[in-house]
Design a binder for this molecule. Sequence first.
Ligand code: F6R
Length: 606
Amino acid sequence: MCGIVGYIGKNKKAKDVVIKGLERLEYRGYDSAGIAFVDNNKLIIQKEKGRISNLKNVVDFNNKANVAIGHTRWATHGIPNKDNAHPHRCGKITIVHNGIIENYMELKKELENVGYVFKSETDTEVACALLDYLYKKNNENIKNTIKQFQKLTKGAYALGMLCDDDLNSLYAIKKNSPLIIGTNNNENYIASDVPAILDFTNKYIVLDDGEFAKITSDSINVYNKNGNMVNKEIKTFDGSAEDINKNRYDHYMLKEIHEQPEVTKKMIDAYIDNENNSFISDMPDLSKYKNITIVACGSAMHAGLIGKSLIEEYGNIQVNVETASEFRYKKLFIDKDTLVIAISQSGETADTLEAVKIANDSGCDTLGIINVNGSSIARNTSKVLYTKAGPEIAVATTKAYSAQVTLLSFIAYNLAKNSKDINEIKEIQKFLTDLNKLPILMQKILDNEEEYRQIAGSIYNNNDIFFIGRGIDYALCMEGSLKLKEISYIHSEAYPAGELKHGTISLIENGTPVIGIVTDKKIADKTISNIKEVKSRGANVIYVTTDNLVKDGDFYDTKVTIPKTNTLLQPLLTIIPLQLIAYHVAKLNNCDIDKPKNLAKSVTVE
Ligand code: F6R
């Protein structure tokens, strides 16, 4: 959560760079923002409640400062206001912080006992005071200060720091929260994520846990927790600022929905050798595991539910899907025969990361399905398969979700392909042919956007919207419902179609929208019976089905027909109308689609 940017260099105005970087990182948090910059050897701090645009209005852009640090916040300790916003300053130390200092209450008491007074409710102000205290105690030796700070603090932090005694240096300190250092000729940067600096450079260094760095305009010295200098690889980001622009779209979310055919092509190129009908990359053989546990949060967990259906059906391995925040606190039945798969777009979700650590400690192999290269979860799993979705900026995930589902279908296919029943499973035999056709079919659905906009027009005024389906369609209902509620703030629930009559059906009134999904021939009649139950109670039924299922009647008000494809790939088509309906419902309600209230893109708190 929260975003950090810092700049030190001879060529640019530091404030411009930091504000631009913060705008790029706004998806990480957007309830307050602030900047500290050096003007005539004096440090100036400006903060504002609300969006970066509010901060931009108060910052003087004529200033030629060549050092600055900035922050965009998603409140964890204390409400969003100017006092709680970063940067925080104490004595000669000024910091911006991402993460949570878990023992800040104990530290605060000790610091109060030696005379420190606090203005904000934040753990960050405590961290700043601690750094100031240690700086004085260590005869103003900054390296020793940082080393001791790391020993005394528990939790997660990525810190950008300035010290009044040396305003030609910028410090970066990292533990359990992401922090990178960008570099270019005579200019260096710090940031929570590469997109923040992509307008200026695509060369970067990833700081590891426990490391800290002293950065000037022409040098970067990285130290480990013992204070010894370490050599770091300079990486090149595979992408450009163009990839993180909205281009012709009104919102990032819409752009990212439309990028799904291209992402699927990238996944095919990365993983499939079409000539040899096999996987290019070293797709792991999972057949040795007795069972699989998938840990993830939110939409990534919903992708996991699709994976469960596919792997159990085609790979014949039992799969449990666990919400990562629950997995951490329950009795576990995992051992060396269990593979734990962690799914995460950001690779930084705190609960998923902790679940991975528990799985590692339990002796399990862990496999990450991750979008962000080199992220914390990627570094903590025994093996990583990267989704090739590229940077995803909208808070509500779309293309990364479908890339996760694509990889899970590859895993299911790989298991099935090596099984002895292969000749009996037609779906498996033609998987690669169908996969190659998928981007075109996705595009066909995207071309029908007007149809989904009209459906949105018929339901956007309602207070409740339900989704029902069975099996894999129920997993899709969960994702469709989450998409809708998180961006439009309309109450929505997803139900297994057969479960309605055990309670929820009492909520159906005249005109209540119910989106019923029916893509599986085997259970189509059962779900249609459930749809009829809601229809006869007055529901406004939107029936989503495939073109091979000729099931008609007076049980729906609107029908959405999508192309039939391989059963292993069908969810990748079915989800698109649901994403577009959610998008247009939110748009018609004038919601802030890319930055829904109270949310942030990457959830690095537990
Ligand atoms: C919903 C959404 C969230 C994320 C969840 C996990 O649109 O984006 O539910 O899926 O916070 O995030 P990652 O995948 O980064 O671990």
